[in-house]
Design a protein around this ligand. Sequence first.
Ligand code: ADP
Length: 277
Amino acid sequence: MNSPAEPTARAADPAARYRVRTQPWYRPVGAEVEQFEAAWGARMPMMLKGPTGCGKSRFVEYMAWRLERPLVTVACNEDMTAADLVGRFLLDRDGTRWQDGPLTLAARIGAICYLDEVVEARQDTVVVIHPLTDHRRVLPLDKKGELVEAHPDFQLVISYNPGYQSLMKALKPSTRQRFGALDFDYPDAEAEAEVVAHEGGVPAELAARLVQVAARSRNLKGHGLDEGISTRLLVYAATLIARGIPAPEACRIALVRPLTDDPDMREALDAAVATFF
Ligand code: ADP
């Protein structure tokens, strides 16, 4: 149990509030842990590239825990403005007061700032990260007239799914060339089954069959499917099975229906499920 003083201390100390307290379970799939550690050592801004639901966010949580850095995560979207990242003046009873946005907070406290799906944000929003990613490591707060110098431990990490990039949504070279990049993909079959068994609480043999269904769907990518079944969806299916839903039904709910509305595609995926369950 926490001591009574601890929550108060946490509220007063934002670094403590964003600390990853318990070890996230992460199954390495290559040399990404060592590579990221080397990048962090140089405080190199990093881009994690890969399809949705393949373990990028889990990896960042794990690395923040391992490196004992606070983690500030921002889910990017197209309505996001620069002010949502850097902060704004708020009006309250006592007048106006500045409130740091998550990027500013992360720069001040030396956190890893994880901008998830950065490509969703508009380009005029994304450019605010530029001065933080070169040798200056500063963040100008124009409205406030302050130049925030990033804490020595601050690191910027972005995730990017090249799969559904359109011409409109590709990251500009001026942005992408500020980052080192690690390629992520769904883990190989053995590792993925281990992840699904662990996360979904199902036996290894059942997890391995779910992974085979996913493999079939991934072969359909580009032939009517934008993306195959992700590791995340496999974990969902396993979780439903562990909670008593019969496997074929769990697969329909977690693997097939979320993926596509196309009746022919659904039929093809249902057939893949029927092969293994
Ligand atoms: P992304 O950020 O790439 O969209 P997540 O990191 O949220 O995907 O991964 C989705 C889920 O898949 C996680 O919650 C976790 O259960 C599982 N997962 C995927 N890969 C791994 C891995 N290598 N180790 C542990 N869990 C993983």
